[in-house]
Design a protein around this ligand. Structure first.
Ligand SMILES: [Zn+2]
Length: 260
């Protein structure tokens, strides 16, 4: 039987024992409910970091706390924007407040290492802000400050893999929204949720290099996909996934030392 890594499936006594006896890192996926084209589910940015965090937790002796399901607002240049039906976002202050509260609670549990595994690009700086505010508050309360890691899982992809899978057609991470990488990983981890017959084939979105509000919705492809996912497949998904899992496990020991 493999050890349980999901905090929400453990009893409080099992969880407390794990914290006291081996001081595991707690991984928290931070996702979004956001359109990902007609072919991927709204929770794509939750499902991918969740799968990676669980597998990395098994390797690194860490635990995974429940996912922060709602994320910060979708920005046209990397998520398609807020105008799509289904995209359900938080004000940044709400996301920051949630993260801050969770860090304070984990600190109260005597957790000493927390890693936020971000699945939605727009969340990243707000996680950074929340980590800073949480540590400041803990310091003022005289509580022990855990180490906090903030990482977007896509950062772990090596140039070697990018070249191997994309050749010279890698668009840019921001345009990879609902594109080849996310679609391939979903085909590997959750094939039942991917509708490949609904894939649209179009050129990468031609979005300006600046943000402007109110934004021009007509610049965003109507499908919500910023670059076609044609060419996505489960085999490439496994390559991405394996690299992310291995790299996240490695980053945890690099940042926190060995959790076992
Ligand atoms: Zn996404």
């Amino acid at each position: 039987m493999t050890a349980e890594v999901e905090m929400s499936r453990m009893s409080w006594t099992e969880y407390a024992h794990a914290i006291d006896s081996r001081d595991p890192a707690i991984l928290i996926p931070v996702g979004s409910i956001e359109q990902h084209g007609p072919h991927l589910p709204l929770a794509t940015d939750c499902l991918i970091p969740e799968a990676i965090a669980r597998a990395a937790a098994h390797r690194a002796g860490a635990l995974v706390a429940p996912t922060l399901t709602y994320g910060s607002k979708s920005v046209p240049r990397c998520g398609g924007g807020q105008h799509f039906c289904g995209t359900t976002s938080l004000d940044a202050s709400t996301l920051i407040a949630q993260i801050k509260d969770i860090v304070r609670e984990l600190a109260r549990h005597n957790v000493s290492k927390v890693a936020f595994v971000v699945g939605h690009m727009e969340n990243q700086w707000f996680v950074t802000e929340a980590c800073d505010l949480a540590l400041r508050e803990l310091k003022m309360l005289g509580m022990r400050q855990p180490k906090l890691m903030n990482v977007g899982y896509w950062e772990f992809l090596s140039k070697h893999t990018i070249d191997k899978v994309f050749g010279d057609s890698f668009p840019d991470w921001s345009l990879e929204h609902a594109g080849i990488m996310e679609t391939s990983i979903m085909l590997h981890c959750h094939p039942e949720l991917v509708k490949m017959d609904r894939l649209e084939d179009h050129a990468p979105a031609a979005l300006p290099k600046f943000d402007l509000w109110p934004y021009d919705e007509s610049l965003v492809p109507a499908s919500g996909v910023l670059n076609t996912a044609k060419g996505a497949d489960a085999a490439n998904g496994k390559i991405f996934y394996d690299e992310y899992v291995q790299s996240l496990a490695g980053a945890l020991s690099e940042a926190f030392g060995d959790s076992r």
